[in-house]
Design a protein around this ligand. Structure first.
Ligand SMILES: [Cu+2]
Length: 190
């Protein structure tokens, strides 16, 4: 179909219709094997509880599939818990509201099962054992640790890893109905 359109002005208006908020959006529930990028030094994040006591460490490694998070912690309530990347690198006990909302540079809604989702900071739930321990590896497939790059966790105010008291239902905006923030760790530039 052709249309001849006469312009009485020399101004041209270019309207860029880009449908996607991000170039690479991979649901972390369905990820490829992550191979570490050795040129980047891993970042250790101290995870603290609502009393401000350290309960574990998250080690973050840049990989081909995003940021691999190896989380080891203890002294938690057993059960399935939500874990997210939050937008501000500030963990003030006891409520950790200082960590802000989920890291969401793409301006999406929350949840893997939400048609308008998901946040770059959304992550699969973790299981805390009967002993109150957790030792898991999760790859955050839509973020990186490259300063100055889009979707970096190392932006001006850093980011945070937050564990919640309840599981993420993967659909309720803005935070998956996951309850209180029980553990928090600051991700920041060294
Ligand atoms: Cu959260």
């Amino acid at each position: 179909m052709k249309k001849a359109i006469m312009f009485t002005t020399t101004l041209m208006f270019a309207v860029a219709l880009t449908g996607c908020a991000s170039d690479k959006e991979v649901n972390p529930l369905h990820q490829e094997e992550a191979i570490p990028v050795t040129s980047h030094t891993p970042i250790d994040v101290n995870m603290v509880n609502t009393e401000g006591v350290k309960v574990g460490t998250a080690t973050l490694t840049e990989t081909t599939e995003g940021v691999k998070i190896h989380l080891e912690a203890e002294g938690l309530e057993p059960g399935t818990k939500a874990i997210h990347l939050h937008e501000t690198g500030k963990c003030e006990a006891p409520d950790f509201k200082s960590a802000g909302a989920h890291y969401n540079p793409g301006q999406r809604e929350h949840g893997f099962d939400n048609p308008k989702g998901f946040h770059a900071g959304d992550l699969p739930n973790i299981e805390v054992t009967e002993k109150g321990t957790v030792n898991v590896e999760i790859t955050a497939t839509n973020v990186n640790l490259k300063q100055g790059e889009k979707n970096t966790l190392l932006d001006e105010d850093g980011s945070a890893i937050v564990i919640h008291a309840q599981p993420d239902d993967y659909k309720t905006n803005p935070a998956g109905n996951a309850g209180d923030r029980i553990v928090c760790g600051v991700i920041s530039k060294k």
